[in-house]
Structures are given as C-alpha cells and as structure tokens.
Design a protein around this ligand. Sequence first.
Ligand SMILES: Cc1ncc(COP(=O)(O)O)c(C=O)c1O
Length: 397
Amino acid sequence: MSNTTTVSVAGPSQGVKAPSGGSEVRAATSVGVTSSPFWSTGIDRLKAYVPGEQPQSDGWVKLNTNECPYPPSPLALAAIREATSEKLRLYPDPNGTALKAAIGKQFGLGSDHVFLGNGSDEVLGHAFLGLLKHELPILYPDISYSFYPVWCGLYGIAYKLVPLNAEFGVDVADYAQPNGGIVLPNPNAPTGTALSLEALRTLLQANRQSVVLIDEAYVDFGAQSAAALIPEFDNLLVVHTLSKSRALAGLRVGFALGHPTLIEALARVKDSFNSYPLDRLALVGAQAAIEDTAYLAQLTSAVIHSRDWLIAELAGLGFDTLPSQANFIFTRHANRLAATLLAQLREQKILVRHFTQARIANHLRISIGTQAECELLVQALQRILAAQPDQKNEVSA
Ligand SMILES: Cc1ncc(COP(=O)(O)O)c(C=O)c1O
C-alpha cells in the first residue's frame, strides 16, 4: 500500500483544486487564441483532452490509440449496410431499446440496468456530471486515463489523485478514505495492469456511501468484469466501450451497467443534452457486434497472442514491460529515452504514445497491432538500437 496521497491543487482552502488536466491538455485554440470576449465565462480556463494522432495519410503503423487492428464483426458491417436506407430520414430510437436488451442479455441484467452513449467517453462524461459531483473529492489513480481531470475541470468536480504503488498497480486499501466517488479503469490505462474481482469486491465492501465507477474499456483482453457484482452493490457503475475489443472505434458506442437508480441519473443528463446520441447505424451495428460473441473471442485471442509475443521480444531488446491485460503494453527501455524512441519510430512511420507526466515520462504505451505490425515494430526497434551505442538514461521514472 502506498503511503503518500497527492492532493490535486484545487480550491485555495480546500486542498481540492480546479483540475489541472494532467499533461495532455490543450493550451490554445487551433487559431492560437487563449481567450475571447465572445466566450462564456470559464471557457478560457478549460483544459481540453487531446486525442492521440489520427494520421491523414496512408502507410502508418498505428499503435498509438489502442484501436483494434482487425476489422469489426462481418455481422455488424452487414447490419450497418442494411440500415443504410431511406429510413435514415427518421430519428433513431432515443432509448436504444433493442441494443439495451441485447447488452442486458449478455450480462444477465435487465434493460433498466443499461445506459447507452456516443462512445464510452460520453457515458463517462455523463457519469461525472450525474453521479460524481459532490462536496467531497472523487478519487482516481495518479496515473490513469487523462480524460478524467478534463471532466473534473468542465464540471467543477473536486478530485484527489491516489498514487499507484511502486509496481504501478492499484492498492484498493489506498481508497479507504472519505470521497465523493471512486473512478478506476480496470485494466488501468496507460499501465495495462488489472485488479481481480476479489480486490474490486473488497473495494466495494469498504465503500458503500459513494459511487464506484469501474471503466472497463479494456476488460475483454484478459481481466474480470465487475459487472458480476452489480446485483450486490447498488453504487457500482461499470462502463464499457465497443471501440476496443469489438473493433468499432469509428461507430462511437459505449454503455454503462448499474442499478436502475444510477442509470436514471445518466438518462436525465443525456436527455438534458442530446436525446439521440446513437444514430440508426450505430444502434444496429452495435447490436450485431454485441451478439457476435464468437467473433469477439477470435479477436481478443489474436490480440492476446501478439501481446505476449511482443512482450517477450521486447524483453530481448532490453525493454521492461508491465504485465498487461489490455490491448496495449506499457514499457521502458533500460537506457534509451522514451521521447527519443517515439521520434525514431515516427521517422519509420510507426506511431506509439508517450506521456510527459513525471513518473511515466520514460515509458511508451504501445497498442497491440496485427502480428505483422508487431513484427515490423520489433524490426524497427532492432534497427534503432543497433544504429547508436547505448545512451545513459536521463529520465528517472
Ligand atoms: C480507459 C479508457 N476509457 C474510455 C475510453 C474512451 O473510449 P471510447 O470513447 O472510444 O468508447 C478510452 C479510450 O481510449 C480509454 O482508454
């Protein structure tokens, strides 16, 4: 259990501060301005999330945003094609009735336990506003999904960072402190390590007074879903996405599972913002993808196989990689700077992700590509490492 807790610098007296947004925040607009009299109050102080690069030209090996390297389920594509019809003149079902029923069936829950959103980012954003804005600060790991501080900034939610332990893992005992909610990605991002269901149960048993949100964007790549605990805990919200294991990042579908009381708060936020977050194509495509469980198993086992191969190959090249239960790995080289490797890989048209936050500034997060892409990465790293004698590592992380 770690003994230090970072309190984000917030309100001057409270020790909980206007969220800083971490390292990946937007300082100025694309036209270079930082404020304008036309803007509503506070917009100049927003620190927006900066998504990973989406190159606009071909020929890149894209291992930077944790997409699936394989195509979506053929059944999902067929359903989308079929729905591309004159019916697009009509609004979609605002409640996503059929999709909710399909998701509920997969998890053994009623449709009233399901909430749908335009990607899990929208679901998470609604949860921050609808369930996590209280007097006490919410808790989440110091190294975690960099959108969380952005929502805190947008909605004025106080937060407190709980340090990962020395092995970059989550110790649930560190969360036994007063809070307005707990947010944990499981597996964590960008580290890729996961908590067991038993650890999550321990966390929930110790924390019945506020919402515990488990962000399971990567759960299908080897971790256990907390959805099984929903009947036991009415304060548990589990959030999923179809962007990773179901290869549908471009369709923008995410969902939450939880007690109907929690779902109702999300529905109120949604219907105060946009009644139709999922279009007709997304609704049918997502339903077919959710129902195609055989294809999901095929995709995830291919990714897991390449992940394990890549970790072993990188070890041979002097990389130290955290155990991963996600579709990405978090790795550092014994004596090469991550920022330099990032640039050298980019020169070879391979994109990976680097975060400048102090504790992880010498790590790279690498999404698992196809087996062929993983092999290209290893070959590129072999060339890079052979081209220069070892440098002394200048970053301690
Ligand atoms: C931990 C985590 N949660 C949520 C998301 C959002 O996924 P999406 O909005 O594509 O569903 C991501 C995206 O990378 C993520 O890493």
